[in-house]
Design a protein around this ligand. Structure first.
Ligand code: IMP
Length: 421
Protein backbone atom coordinates (compact mmCIF):
# COMPACT_ATOMS: atom_id res chain seq x y z
CA UNK A 1 0.00 0.00 0.00
CA UNK A 2 1.19 3.45 -0.84
CA UNK A 3 0.46 6.99 0.30
CA UNK A 4 -1.33 9.55 -1.84
CA UNK A 5 -0.67 13.25 -1.37
CA UNK A 6 -3.01 16.19 -1.84
CA UNK A 7 -1.64 19.72 -1.96
CA UNK A 8 -2.09 23.20 -3.41
CA UNK A 9 -0.32 24.35 -6.57
CA UNK A 10 -0.73 28.11 -6.13
CA UNK A 11 -0.46 30.56 -3.20
CA UNK A 12 -2.77 28.58 -0.92
CA UNK A 13 -6.55 28.81 -0.62
CA UNK A 14 -7.07 26.46 -3.57
CA UNK A 15 -9.89 24.68 -1.75
CA UNK A 16 -7.86 21.81 -0.26
CA UNK A 17 -10.18 21.27 2.72
CA UNK A 18 -13.18 20.53 0.54
CA UNK A 19 -11.21 18.23 -1.77
CA UNK A 20 -9.69 16.24 1.10
CA UNK A 21 -13.16 15.87 2.55
CA UNK A 22 -14.44 14.60 -0.82
CA UNK A 23 -11.51 12.17 -1.21
CA UNK A 24 -11.61 10.90 2.39
CA UNK A 25 -14.20 8.11 1.89
CA UNK A 26 -11.51 6.33 -0.19
CA UNK A 27 -8.94 6.56 2.64
CA UNK A 28 -8.53 5.16 6.15
CA UNK A 29 -6.08 7.83 7.29
CA UNK A 30 -5.62 11.57 6.63
CA UNK A 31 -2.31 13.03 7.82
CA UNK A 32 -1.30 16.72 7.85
CA UNK A 33 2.41 17.13 7.16
CA UNK A 34 3.33 20.82 7.53
CA UNK A 35 2.17 24.31 8.40
CA UNK A 36 0.01 25.15 11.35
CA UNK A 37 -2.95 27.35 12.21
CA UNK A 38 -1.95 29.73 9.42
CA UNK A 39 -4.02 27.35 7.27
CA UNK A 40 -7.78 27.60 7.00
CA UNK A 41 -9.31 24.55 5.33
CA UNK A 42 -13.00 25.14 4.67
CA UNK A 43 -15.47 22.27 4.44
CA UNK A 44 -19.19 22.44 3.75
CA UNK A 45 -21.77 19.72 4.13
CA UNK A 46 -25.35 19.44 5.31
CA UNK A 47 -25.77 23.20 4.96
CA UNK A 48 -23.01 23.95 7.50
CA UNK A 49 -19.53 25.38 7.03
CA UNK A 50 -16.48 24.36 9.09
CA UNK A 51 -12.98 25.80 9.03
CA UNK A 52 -10.11 23.59 10.17
CA UNK A 53 -6.71 25.10 10.93
CA UNK A 54 -4.63 22.28 12.38
CA UNK A 55 -6.90 19.24 12.47
CA UNK A 56 -6.69 17.17 9.27
CA UNK A 57 -9.70 17.53 6.97
CA UNK A 58 -10.74 13.87 7.36
CA UNK A 59 -12.03 14.45 10.88
CA UNK A 60 -15.71 14.57 9.96
CA UNK A 61 -15.62 11.02 8.61
CA UNK A 62 -16.12 8.63 11.48
CA UNK A 63 -14.04 5.79 10.01
CA UNK A 64 -11.01 8.00 9.41
CA UNK A 65 -7.84 8.20 11.52
CA UNK A 66 -6.43 11.74 11.52
CA UNK A 67 -2.78 12.44 12.18
CA UNK A 68 -1.05 15.74 12.92
CA UNK A 69 2.48 14.95 11.74
CA UNK A 70 5.88 15.99 13.05
CA UNK A 71 6.21 18.62 10.32
CA UNK A 72 3.25 20.59 11.67
CA UNK A 73 3.55 23.40 14.22
CA UNK A 74 0.79 23.25 16.83
CA UNK A 75 -0.65 26.09 18.86
CA UNK A 76 -2.33 24.40 21.85
CA UNK A 77 -4.70 27.35 22.32
CA UNK A 78 -5.89 27.29 18.71
CA UNK A 79 -6.09 23.51 18.62
CA UNK A 80 -8.20 23.38 21.79
CA UNK A 81 -10.65 25.89 20.30
CA UNK A 82 -10.77 23.97 17.06
CA UNK A 83 -11.36 20.63 18.77
CA UNK A 84 -14.11 22.07 20.97
CA UNK A 85 -15.86 23.51 17.92
CA UNK A 86 -15.56 20.32 15.88
CA UNK A 87 -16.82 18.26 18.83
CA UNK A 88 -20.14 20.13 18.69
CA UNK A 89 -20.86 18.18 15.48
CA UNK A 90 -20.73 14.95 17.49
CA UNK A 91 -17.46 13.60 16.00
CA UNK A 92 -15.29 11.65 18.43
CA UNK A 93 -12.02 13.56 18.14
CA UNK A 94 -10.43 11.85 21.10
CA UNK A 95 -10.80 8.53 19.29
CA UNK A 96 -9.65 9.58 15.84
CA UNK A 97 -6.97 12.23 16.34
CA UNK A 98 -3.27 11.40 16.81
CA UNK A 99 -0.71 14.12 17.44
CA UNK A 100 3.00 13.66 16.77
CA UNK A 101 5.14 14.03 19.85
CA UNK A 102 7.73 15.58 17.53
CA UNK A 103 5.49 18.38 16.21
CA UNK A 104 6.76 21.73 17.42
CA UNK A 105 4.72 23.90 19.77
CA UNK A 106 3.73 27.50 19.06
CA UNK A 107 4.15 29.35 22.35
CA UNK A 108 2.35 32.62 23.14
CA UNK A 109 5.71 34.38 22.81
CA UNK A 110 6.12 32.98 19.26
CA UNK A 111 2.93 34.80 18.33
CA UNK A 112 4.22 37.99 19.94
CA UNK A 113 7.57 37.69 18.15
CA UNK A 114 5.71 37.20 14.85
CA UNK A 115 3.76 40.42 15.43
CA UNK A 116 6.87 42.31 16.56
CA UNK A 117 8.97 41.19 13.56
CA UNK A 118 6.26 42.03 11.05
CA UNK A 119 5.72 45.46 12.64
CA UNK A 120 9.46 46.11 12.45
CA UNK A 121 9.57 45.27 8.71
CA UNK A 122 7.07 48.05 7.96
CA UNK A 123 6.24 48.19 4.24
CA UNK A 124 8.49 45.17 3.61
CA UNK A 125 6.41 42.89 5.79
CA UNK A 126 5.52 39.44 4.46
CA UNK A 127 1.89 39.79 5.48
CA UNK A 128 2.12 36.85 7.85
CA UNK A 129 -1.05 35.42 9.40
CA UNK A 130 0.53 36.40 12.80
CA UNK A 131 -0.04 32.88 14.11
CA UNK A 132 3.60 32.53 15.23
CA UNK A 133 4.51 30.21 12.35
CA UNK A 134 7.88 31.70 11.35
CA UNK A 135 9.29 32.14 14.90
CA UNK A 136 8.30 28.55 15.76
CA UNK A 137 9.99 27.08 12.68
CA UNK A 138 13.00 29.35 13.35
CA UNK A 139 13.33 27.81 16.81
CA UNK A 140 12.95 24.34 15.30
CA UNK A 141 15.77 24.93 12.81
CA UNK A 142 17.77 26.79 15.48
CA UNK A 143 17.43 23.66 17.65
CA UNK A 144 15.82 25.49 20.53
CA UNK A 145 12.16 24.65 19.95
CA UNK A 146 9.69 22.87 22.20
CA UNK A 147 7.89 19.80 20.96
CA UNK A 148 4.50 18.36 21.82
CA UNK A 149 6.27 15.53 23.67
CA UNK A 150 7.85 18.15 25.94
CA UNK A 151 4.41 19.19 27.15
CA UNK A 152 3.98 15.86 28.87
CA UNK A 153 7.63 15.55 29.93
CA UNK A 154 9.10 16.28 33.35
CA UNK A 155 11.10 19.28 32.23
CA UNK A 156 8.23 21.12 30.63
CA UNK A 157 8.37 24.23 32.82
CA UNK A 158 12.14 24.65 32.66
CA UNK A 159 12.13 24.27 28.85
CA UNK A 160 9.21 26.69 28.62
CA UNK A 161 10.94 29.28 30.83
CA UNK A 162 14.17 29.06 28.80
CA UNK A 163 12.31 29.57 25.54
CA UNK A 164 10.31 32.47 26.92
CA UNK A 165 13.43 34.14 28.32
CA UNK A 166 14.99 34.06 24.83
CA UNK A 167 11.85 35.44 23.24
CA UNK A 168 11.68 38.24 25.80
CA UNK A 169 15.18 39.40 24.83
CA UNK A 170 14.05 39.49 21.22
CA UNK A 171 10.80 41.31 21.99
CA UNK A 172 12.61 43.90 24.08
CA UNK A 173 15.20 44.46 21.34
CA UNK A 174 12.36 45.07 18.89
CA UNK A 175 10.82 47.54 21.31
CA UNK A 176 7.55 45.61 21.35
CA UNK A 177 5.07 46.17 24.15
CA UNK A 178 3.20 43.16 25.46
CA UNK A 179 1.74 41.59 28.54
CA UNK A 180 2.46 37.88 28.68
CA UNK A 181 0.01 37.46 31.54
CA UNK A 182 -2.78 38.11 29.00
CA UNK A 183 -1.78 34.97 27.10
CA UNK A 184 -0.31 32.44 29.52
CA UNK A 185 -3.43 31.23 31.39
CA UNK A 186 -5.12 30.12 28.13
CA UNK A 187 -1.88 28.46 27.03
CA UNK A 188 -1.44 26.40 30.21
CA UNK A 189 -5.12 25.47 30.20
CA UNK A 190 -4.79 24.27 26.60
CA UNK A 191 -1.64 22.27 27.44
CA UNK A 192 -3.62 20.41 30.15
CA UNK A 193 -6.45 19.85 27.68
CA UNK A 194 -4.14 18.35 25.04
CA UNK A 195 -2.76 15.84 27.55
CA UNK A 196 -6.11 14.04 27.13
CA UNK A 197 -5.30 13.29 23.49
CA UNK A 198 -3.20 10.64 21.78
CA UNK A 199 0.31 12.04 21.68
CA UNK A 200 2.40 9.38 19.95
CA UNK A 201 5.41 8.73 17.71
CA UNK A 202 3.30 9.11 14.58
CA UNK A 203 6.16 8.10 12.27
CA UNK A 204 5.95 4.54 13.65
CA UNK A 205 2.18 4.63 13.69
CA UNK A 206 1.73 5.83 10.10
CA UNK A 207 4.27 3.34 8.76
CA UNK A 208 2.53 0.53 10.62
CA UNK A 209 -0.78 1.63 9.13
CA UNK A 210 0.79 1.53 5.65
CA UNK A 211 2.20 -1.96 6.32
CA UNK A 212 -1.25 -3.06 7.50
CA UNK A 213 -2.66 -2.05 4.12
CA UNK A 214 -4.45 1.09 5.26
CA UNK A 215 -4.99 3.77 2.64
CA UNK A 216 -3.24 6.98 3.68
CA UNK A 217 -3.81 10.50 2.31
CA UNK A 218 -1.17 13.10 3.19
CA UNK A 219 -2.70 16.58 3.37
CA UNK A 220 -0.66 19.67 2.59
CA UNK A 221 -1.36 23.22 3.68
CA UNK A 222 -0.67 26.62 2.06
CA UNK A 223 0.53 26.15 -1.52
CA UNK A 224 3.59 25.36 -3.64
CA UNK A 225 4.30 29.03 -4.39
CA UNK A 226 4.60 29.62 -0.63
CA UNK A 227 7.17 26.82 -0.19
CA UNK A 228 10.21 27.93 1.82
CA UNK A 229 12.64 26.71 -0.87
CA UNK A 230 10.75 27.13 -4.15
CA UNK A 231 8.12 29.77 -3.39
CA UNK A 232 8.38 33.49 -4.04
CA UNK A 233 11.02 33.95 -1.32
CA UNK A 234 11.01 35.81 1.05
CA UNK A 235 7.22 36.14 0.63
CA UNK A 236 6.63 32.54 1.63
CA UNK A 237 5.68 30.49 4.62
CA UNK A 238 8.30 28.68 6.69
CA UNK A 239 7.80 25.05 5.70
CA UNK A 240 8.10 22.75 2.68
CA UNK A 241 4.64 22.70 1.19
CA UNK A 242 5.62 20.39 -1.69
CA UNK A 243 5.37 16.59 -1.94
CA UNK A 244 8.85 16.24 -0.42
CA UNK A 245 7.43 17.86 2.72
CA UNK A 246 5.08 14.88 3.12
CA UNK A 247 8.11 12.58 3.51
CA UNK A 248 9.90 14.72 6.09
CA UNK A 249 6.70 15.90 7.77
CA UNK A 250 5.34 12.42 8.42
CA UNK A 251 8.37 10.13 8.31
CA UNK A 252 7.31 8.41 5.09
CA UNK A 253 9.96 7.15 2.66
CA UNK A 254 9.79 8.66 -0.88
CA UNK A 255 9.09 5.33 -2.60
CA UNK A 256 5.90 5.05 -0.57
CA UNK A 257 4.38 8.03 -2.39
CA UNK A 258 1.92 7.01 -5.09
CA UNK A 259 -0.55 9.57 -6.47
CA UNK A 260 -0.10 13.30 -6.06
CA UNK A 261 -3.33 15.28 -6.36
CA UNK A 262 -2.52 18.89 -7.27
CA UNK A 263 -5.27 21.42 -6.66
CA UNK A 264 -5.51 24.68 -8.54
CA UNK A 265 -8.18 27.34 -8.79
CA UNK A 266 -9.52 28.25 -12.24
CA UNK A 267 -7.97 31.67 -11.53
CA UNK A 268 -5.35 32.82 -8.99
CA UNK A 269 -5.44 34.43 -5.55
CA UNK A 270 -2.84 35.46 -3.05
CA UNK A 271 -3.18 36.75 0.49
CA UNK A 272 -0.31 38.71 1.98
CA UNK A 273 2.48 40.47 0.14
CA UNK A 274 4.80 39.32 -2.63
CA UNK A 275 4.90 38.96 -6.41
CA UNK A 276 1.78 38.02 -8.33
CA UNK A 277 2.36 38.40 -12.11
CA UNK A 278 -1.26 38.00 -13.25
CA UNK A 279 -2.82 40.12 -10.50
CA UNK A 280 -5.79 42.22 -11.60
CA UNK A 281 -5.84 45.40 -9.53
CA UNK A 282 -8.92 46.61 -11.35
CA UNK A 283 -12.64 45.95 -11.75
CA UNK A 284 -12.02 42.42 -12.98
CA UNK A 285 -10.04 41.68 -9.82
CA UNK A 286 -12.79 43.21 -7.69
CA UNK A 287 -15.38 41.05 -9.41
CA UNK A 288 -13.30 37.88 -8.94
CA UNK A 289 -12.95 38.72 -5.24
CA UNK A 290 -16.68 39.35 -4.86
CA UNK A 291 -17.91 36.33 -6.82
CA UNK A 292 -15.32 33.99 -5.35
CA UNK A 293 -15.80 35.27 -1.76
CA UNK A 294 -12.05 35.74 -1.70
CA UNK A 295 -11.48 36.67 1.91
CA UNK A 296 -9.04 34.71 4.08
CA UNK A 297 -10.58 31.77 6.00
CA UNK A 298 -8.10 32.37 8.85
CA UNK A 299 -7.64 36.13 8.93
CA UNK A 300 -10.61 37.46 6.94
CA UNK A 301 -8.21 39.58 4.86
CA UNK A 302 -9.30 40.36 1.28
CA UNK A 303 -7.35 38.16 -1.12
CA UNK A 304 -5.58 39.58 -4.14
CA UNK A 305 -7.00 38.12 -7.36
CA UNK A 306 -5.84 37.52 -10.93
CA UNK A 307 -5.95 35.22 -13.95
CA UNK A 308 -4.66 31.66 -14.10
CA UNK A 309 -0.90 31.56 -14.55
CA UNK A 310 0.44 28.53 -16.45
CA UNK A 311 4.19 29.13 -15.92
CA UNK A 312 3.75 28.95 -12.12
CA UNK A 313 1.33 26.02 -12.46
CA UNK A 314 3.79 24.05 -14.60
CA UNK A 315 6.56 24.79 -12.10
CA UNK A 316 4.40 23.53 -9.24
CA UNK A 317 3.47 20.37 -11.14
CA UNK A 318 7.15 19.68 -11.85
CA UNK A 319 8.21 20.16 -8.22
CA UNK A 320 5.43 17.98 -6.84
CA UNK A 321 5.28 15.19 -9.44
CA UNK A 322 1.54 15.78 -9.79
CA UNK A 323 -0.31 12.80 -11.30
CA UNK A 324 -3.89 14.12 -11.05
CA UNK A 325 -5.08 17.69 -11.32
CA UNK A 326 -8.15 19.01 -9.55
CA UNK A 327 -9.61 22.35 -10.62
CA UNK A 328 -11.67 24.29 -8.07
CA UNK A 329 -13.94 27.34 -8.17
CA UNK A 330 -14.73 26.96 -11.88
CA UNK A 331 -18.23 28.25 -11.12
CA UNK A 332 -16.81 31.64 -10.07
CA UNK A 333 -15.75 32.49 -13.62
CA UNK A 334 -19.28 31.95 -14.92
CA UNK A 335 -20.63 35.21 -16.37
CA UNK A 336 -17.29 36.66 -17.50
CA UNK A 337 -17.53 37.57 -21.21
CA UNK A 338 -13.87 36.83 -21.68
CA UNK A 339 -11.55 34.70 -19.55
CA UNK A 340 -7.82 35.32 -19.78
CA UNK A 341 -5.04 32.86 -19.14
CA UNK A 342 -1.34 33.59 -18.87
CA UNK A 343 0.44 31.23 -21.23
CA UNK A 344 4.01 32.48 -20.83
CA UNK A 345 6.00 35.48 -19.59
CA UNK A 346 7.95 38.12 -21.43
CA UNK A 347 11.05 38.86 -19.35
CA UNK A 348 13.33 41.58 -20.73
CA UNK A 349 11.82 41.01 -24.15
CA UNK A 350 12.33 37.24 -24.07
CA UNK A 351 9.33 34.87 -24.09
CA UNK A 352 9.69 32.12 -21.53
CA UNK A 353 7.63 29.93 -19.25
CA UNK A 354 10.44 29.54 -16.74
CA UNK A 355 10.25 31.43 -13.46
CA UNK A 356 13.07 33.94 -12.87
CA UNK A 357 15.23 33.87 -9.71
CA UNK A 358 13.29 36.74 -8.19
CA UNK A 359 9.80 37.26 -9.54
CA UNK A 360 9.57 40.58 -7.73
CA UNK A 361 12.64 42.20 -9.23
CA UNK A 362 12.26 40.84 -12.78
CA UNK A 363 10.30 42.82 -15.37
CA UNK A 364 7.69 40.14 -15.97
CA UNK A 365 4.92 40.82 -18.49
CA UNK A 366 2.37 38.01 -18.63
CA UNK A 367 1.44 36.89 -22.15
CA UNK A 368 -2.29 36.28 -22.17
CA UNK A 369 -4.51 34.11 -24.29
CA UNK A 370 -8.17 35.13 -24.35
CA UNK A 371 -10.96 32.58 -24.10
CA UNK A 372 -14.66 33.09 -24.70
CA UNK A 373 -16.36 33.09 -21.31
CA UNK A 374 -19.20 30.89 -20.15
CA UNK A 375 -22.41 31.42 -18.26
CA UNK A 376 -25.03 29.47 -16.33
CA UNK A 377 -25.10 27.93 -12.90
CA UNK A 378 -22.23 25.44 -12.99
CA UNK A 379 -22.89 24.50 -9.37
CA UNK A 380 -25.95 22.50 -10.31
CA UNK A 381 -24.08 20.44 -12.92
CA UNK A 382 -22.84 16.97 -12.02
CA UNK A 383 -21.21 15.61 -15.21
CA UNK A 384 -18.36 16.99 -17.30
CA UNK A 385 -20.41 16.97 -20.50
CA UNK A 386 -23.06 19.18 -18.90
CA UNK A 387 -20.46 21.94 -18.42
CA UNK A 388 -20.52 24.71 -21.05
CA UNK A 389 -18.46 23.98 -24.16
CA UNK A 390 -16.50 27.21 -23.71
CA UNK A 391 -15.45 26.06 -20.21
CA UNK A 392 -14.35 22.69 -21.57
CA UNK A 393 -12.30 24.44 -24.27
CA UNK A 394 -10.53 26.41 -21.51
CA UNK A 395 -9.87 23.27 -19.45
CA UNK A 396 -8.73 21.26 -22.50
CA UNK A 397 -6.22 24.00 -23.27
CA UNK A 398 -4.85 23.90 -19.71
CA UNK A 399 -4.55 20.11 -19.87
CA UNK A 400 -2.85 20.16 -23.26
CA UNK A 401 -0.33 22.77 -22.14
CA UNK A 402 0.46 20.98 -18.91
CA UNK A 403 0.31 17.36 -19.93
CA UNK A 404 -1.36 16.15 -16.72
CA UNK A 405 -5.06 15.17 -16.71
CA UNK A 406 -7.63 17.25 -14.86
CA UNK A 407 -9.57 14.47 -13.12
CA UNK A 408 -11.92 16.42 -10.91
CA UNK A 409 -13.70 19.74 -11.17
CA UNK A 410 -15.23 21.48 -8.20
CA UNK A 411 -18.20 23.69 -9.03
CA UNK A 412 -19.16 24.87 -5.53
CA UNK A 413 -18.16 24.63 -1.87
CA UNK A 414 -20.44 21.72 -0.93
CA UNK A 415 -19.23 18.10 -1.02
CA UNK A 416 -21.91 17.36 -3.60
CA UNK A 417 -20.77 20.11 -5.97
CA UNK A 418 -17.98 18.02 -7.46
CA UNK A 419 -17.58 16.54 -10.94
CA UNK A 420 -15.35 13.56 -11.70
CA UNK A 421 -13.95 13.76 -15.21
P1 IMP B 1 2.84 32.78 7.71
O1 IMP B 1 2.82 31.37 7.19
O2 IMP B 1 1.70 33.07 8.63
O3 IMP B 1 4.16 33.15 8.28
O4 IMP B 1 2.62 33.76 6.46
C1 IMP B 1 3.53 33.84 5.39
C2 IMP B 1 2.81 34.11 4.08
O5 IMP B 1 2.06 32.97 3.69
C3 IMP B 1 1.80 35.26 4.14
O6 IMP B 1 1.76 35.89 2.87
C4 IMP B 1 0.49 34.56 4.39
O7 IMP B 1 -0.62 35.30 3.95
C5 IMP B 1 0.67 33.30 3.57
N1 IMP B 1 -0.10 32.17 4.07
C6 IMP B 1 0.18 31.44 5.17
N2 IMP B 1 -0.73 30.46 5.31
C7 IMP B 1 -1.58 30.56 4.28
C8 IMP B 1 -2.71 29.80 3.86
O8 IMP B 1 -3.10 28.80 4.46
N3 IMP B 1 -3.34 30.24 2.74
C9 IMP B 1 -2.89 31.30 2.02
N4 IMP B 1 -1.82 32.03 2.36
C10 IMP B 1 -1.18 31.66 3.48
Amino acid sequence: MKVDVVLGLQWGDEGKGKIVDVLTPKYDVVARFQGGPNAGHSLEFGGNKYVLNTIPSGIFHEHCINIIGNGVVVDPVQLKKEIEKAETTGVDIRKNLYISEKAHVILPTHRLVDAASEAKKGVHKVGSTLRGISPTYQDKIGRSGMRIGDLIGQNFMSKYNTAVANHKILLDSLGFEYNLADHEPAFFEAVEFLKGFKIVNTEYYVNQLITDGKRVLAEGAQGTLLDIDFGSYPFVTSSNTITGGACSGLGIAPQKINKVFGIFKAYCTRVGNGPFPTEQENETGELLRKLGHEFGATTGRPRRTGWLDLPTLKYAIMLNGVTDLICTKSDVLSGFEEVMLCDSYSINGKITDELPFNLLDAEVTPQYKAFKGWSGNLSSMRTYNELPETFRTYMDFVESKIGVPVNMISVGPDREETIAK
